[in-house]
Design a protein around this ligand. Structure first.
Ligand code: 4AD
Ligand code: MG
Length: 480
């Protein structure tokens, strides 16, 4: 039968109407003469208060209602006498759809640790925090498509099973159809993985970029938004083995255009969150402040969650080259102890997250776009600069997150690219089709990848990437 979502009732636009709601009980309190049930149906953060008058609702039914139970309630929506809500439902009938044994239901109405919540990932969306995160995540998915659709980009689905290694970093999960008990061997007696996928060596994609480039060379402006997989054994608060990535790719764009697009995109997403997720963001802001209370002063954020989003939406990012960043790092005095300690690096070294955080959080105090990295610490497809030693790369660094975007202008010159592929030992049979685009109607083009979960970390103020995806995959986790 029909139900009304709690979100639309709580606006308080309608009173003295008959409604039916369905949802999960957050709390039940009361006395002999009346019970109050706080009901949540996931449509919004707030609960609907249900007043269960024992004249209508029998003791037998009330006994079966406890935290976690699923109920259907009907009655009259009335203006609430109590503080804290505009309306409440005076129930004339309640049906218990599913009980939740209070002895064993793990999600009690109290503050559980995030570690504990990860152990009950199957139930955690029923909490305020994870409900809010999931709604914000949805809003951001929608905003991504809206941004590119408005600009006339074409969304391309790129394959998940591939024969190539887009990043050339060798961090791939193998995909195999082989009988594990009867593996084929080569002449040397080694397992012959070349036969993995009906006779081809295959893996889960680490990035949709190479295929997106093919799209850009036909459709002009494209983007992908799909799952990507990295078999790196990283146990950090910023890495997942399975994460979602948005990868636009644009024909005729150079690095400058690429930076403009990425900056516009991130500003749009921050503004979209502020405009569309206010209730959840206010809750997450307070949650983060609560969490920060126990941190030493130098680890607290200078701005709260809402202020950080407003800052990103309204201020230009700092742009500088890798070489300029190394000079700044060398000429600054990192704190002897505390948050911004780092080892000074020589030109040519990859930047560690301490360096990134120093630049973003201490030196510039704003998002930073670093460009023109040394060629040999970046992927094979990045365009070689005139100096012959740097590439037209860009990384966007965010406060509290570090790298949120990685991208580049692509190497469109056939000879230069073939040389690079050879030098890096990439088998040509893995990338012949990619090289073909440089042979037939090549053009300058550029693109980038935004790590979706890193974006959600920024937008929700959460600090562990395992808490912003419904079912995190990391070394040792694959229960659900
Ligand atoms: O810097 P990455 O590896 O770049 C690429 O994959 C390019 N093909 C993108 C492109 O130019 N089209 O990854 C891009 C972004 C990073 O900046 C980071 O936000 C995120 O993806 N990322 C991860 N997020 C979660 N867990 C991981 N293990 C991640 N690795 C990268
Ligand atoms: Mg990167």
């Amino acid at each position: 039968s029909k139900r009304t979502k709690i979100k639309s009732l709580l606006r308080g636009e309608q009173v003295d109407v008959d409604v039916r709601v369905k949802g999960w009980v957050r709390t039940k309190r009361g006395n002999k003469s009346v019970s109050f049930i706080a009901l949540n149906d996931g449509s919004c953060l707030a609960n609907l208060q249900i007043v269960a008058d024992p004249n209508n609702i029998t003791e037998d039914i009330l006994k079966r209602i406890s935290t976690g139970a699923c109920i259907s309630a009907e009655g009259k929506l009335v203006a609430s006498q109590g503080a804290g809500q505009k309306v409440e439902l005076v129930a004339s009938a309640i049906e218990v759809l599913g009980e939740a044994d209070p002895e064993s239901y793990p999600l009690q109405p109290k503050r559980h640790s995030l570690e504990f919540m990860r152990e009950i990932a199957h139930l955690r969306p029923r909490s305020n925090t994870f409900g809010a995160i999931m709604r914000v995540r949805h809003a951001m998915i929608f905003a991504v498509h809206q941004f590119f659709n408005q600009k006339g980009f074409v969304n391309v689905h790129t394959p998940i099973i591939t024969g190539s290694d887009a990043e050339g970093a060798g961090e791939m999960f193998r995909v195999t159809t082989l009988d594990q008990k009867n593996l084929p061997t080569t002449e040397d007696g080694e397992i012959d993985y070349k036969q993995d996928f009906f006779g081809k060596e295959t893996n889960l994609t680490v990035s949709g970029q190479l295929e997106a480039e093919l799209g850009a060379m036909a459709l002009g402006e494209v983007y992908t938004f799909g799952p990507t997989f990295r078999a790196e054994n990283s146990n950090t608060t910023r890495h997942l083995a399975e994460f979602w990535m948005i990868e636009p790719e644009v024909a005729f764009n150079d690095l400058e255009d690429n930076m403009d697009l990425a900056e516009d995109f991130l500003k749009f997403l921050a503004k979209y969150a502020l405009d569309n997720c206010r209730e959840d963001l206010e809750f997450l802001k307070d949650r983060a402040l609560q969490e920060e209370k126990n941190l030493p002063a130098d680890k607290k954020n200078e701005m709260n969650l809402i202020e950080r989003l407003e800052f990103v939406a309204n201020n230009d990012f700092q742009r500088l080259t890798y070489t300029e960043a190394i000079d700044i790092l060398k000429n600054s005095k990192p704190n002897k102890k505390g948050r911004f300690q780092y080892k000074i690096e020589e030109w040519g070294a990859d930047l560690q997250s301490e360096h990134e955080r120093f630049l973003v959080e201490k030196h510039f105090k704003k998002p930073v776009i670093l460009t023109d990295y040394p060629a040999n610490i970046k992927a094979f497809y990045m365009r070689l600069n005139e100096d012959g030693k740097t590439v037209a790369a860009m990384d966007i660094l965010f406060p509290g997150i570090g790298e949120i975007v990685g991208g580049s202008q692509r190497e469109e010159r056939y000879e230069v690219l073939v040389e690079k592929v050879k030098a890096m030992g990439i088998p040509e049979e893995h990338v012949w089709w990619y090289l073909d685009t440089r042979k037939f109607g090549t053009a300058p083009h550029a693109g980038f990848g935004l790590g979706f979960e890193r974006l959600i970390l920024f937008v929700t103020g959460m600090t562990n990437i395992r808490d912003v995806i419904p079912f995190p995959r990391f070394p040792g986790s694959a229960e659900f």
